[in-house]
Write a protein that binds this ligand. Sequence first.
Ligand code: TXA
Ligand code: MG
Length: 338
Amino acid sequence: MAKYLDLRTQYNKNDLIEAAEFIKNGKLVLFPTETVYGIGANGLDSNAVKSIFVAKNRAGDNPLILHVSSIDMVDTIAKDISPLEKKLMNDFFPGPLTIILKRKDIVPNVVTANLDTVGVRMPSNKIARDLIELSNTPIAAPSANISGRPSGTNIQDIFNELNDKVDYILDGGETKIGLESTVIRVINDKIHILRPGKITYEDLSKYAEVIIDEHILGSLKENDKILSPGMKYKHYAPNTKCMLIYSDDKEKLLEEMKKLENENTLIITNNNNVNLFQNAIGYGTSLEEISHNIFKLLRQIDKHNKELIIIEGVKPEGLGLAIMNRLIRACSHNYIKL
Ligand code: TXA
Ligand code: MG
């Protein structure tokens, strides 16, 4: 049983002193960020970080992001930062962007899965940043979920899954964005997007040429060279079989979805289309709403006891790229593009 602290309606920095002590003592603290919840541990303590891998049942070759509360803290863990990387940090930190940088030796191998790089992010969520500052150490934190499950965006969804796996739970209510951070790496002054998120291709294109990694919407083939180990793993998938379907031609898309629906299916679609189907639930109208709701919906899917879930895709542009990246994985690449 973890200690639980409710910070949903009122919060002040002093409330976090005890949780910060837990971090300093090598314990695991579940905390909110603006993207999703994280399972945090002292990022410079190998044993503490190892216990994150155990709690999540996470593969040891999948590295963790170190969360910082200041640019000064970045300099303690990363080196040879280029002017472009500096500019990106200046403009997007704090916020939902993770930059893969050259690591310093102080970073334990278990954090980086023995890579010579480290993922660095400064969350904008106040509770997250205050916790890091009070702990006085970078906090290693993957998304809060057992590996393979959808990332947690509120405590209710993940309480049973993680309550006996962590030592302390900070409840900050629903996370604002609902999808994990954009992960990028700068190589030869080009920005490679390794995982799309709220900071989009379009946002980053103002700074340099941006390359969207081919695995973001495609599947991984044997012997493919990958820049981010996380791409290899099955992710976000409910137990019920899911199918993603998309066409730029909206009428054609809805017509096809109508053909596919029967008493054993559940349709997940834009709120505006829910009435067109016998058995459908809405995931929101705007891309912001959809990204906010999608993990929560994926966690509820199995409760409907259907044979097949048919999910309407969105145009993979702007925030739509991140939504499609998560949905393709949730559907285990069972994706029809008309
Ligand atoms: O929004 C987020 O990023 C959340 C919150 C808690 O901050 N965290 C998160 O962590 O999503 P996680 O561990 O679930 O996803 C981190 C991703 C993985 O796909 C991992 O492979 C990749 O980042 N990654 C981490 N360090 C890396 C590195 N040095 N090189 C390449 N990829 C890296
Ligand atoms: Mg994750």
